[in-house]
Design a protein around this ligand. Sequence first.
Ligand code: 9D3
Length: 247
Amino acid sequence: MRIDILTLFPQMFQGPFNESIFRRAVDRGLVRVNIHNMREYTHDRHHTVDDYSYGGGTGMVMKVEPLFEAVESIKSRAYPEDRDVPVILLTPQGRLFSQKIARELSQQEYLLLICGRYEGVDDRIKEHLVTDEISIGDYVLSGGELPAMVVTDAVVRMIPGVLGSMESVLEDSHATGLLEYPQYTRPEVYRGWSVPEVLLSGNHARIANWRREQSIMRTLERRPDLLESAELNKTERQLLERLRKSH
Ligand code: 9D3
């Protein structure tokens, strides 16, 4: 997969993309990420990328020309002509990012992400250039850079071969749609706090049961919304009913 990212702050991407899982994916040739500085696609002396909003109001708007020229330039240099490459704008008005969207995007061979800045972008960018708009949640950030990193991280993890031996684990925890059970590692006792006895019992059936129970309990307490779409078997549904009654 090839991911192109258009931004006014290319330096922001240095840290996260040199981290372990990501780096390994790049080294193995599973993914390539190219960061492009939008300012390089301006023609005026001051490299202007923003301007005042027609109709007035505070806050600047990202200009239309540099973005069109940048996207067209990347497309002509890097993508096969017959390919419909998704051009995704990170914006607070986008559809809410999810694991499902990450999985969908991981099927693509090319992705082009545009990081918004200022109060927003000239709407013609949304009308005529962008094919999809994504938000990562209902909180105010300073721009689309961190969201682009979040989306890239989630998507790259889903590319076959990136996680290697951890892949099956990922499948397991996502299959159910429940929150994870509590986990512990050595020491067995720390400051008098013991690891639950069942985990030391060596009884795999009991352990599996306990974990499932904990998962359901946690999900019921913290994220009851997840239970709507969780895939539960008969035992799990019965357990959930019992927990709901004793609540
Ligand atoms: C709330 C009114 N405006 C801010 C005073 C609108 C606004 C414009 C631009 C809010 C945030 C931003 C910058 N954020 C993004 O570009 C962004 C974002 C976000 O802020 N939250 C979650 N996902 C995303 S994706 C892009």
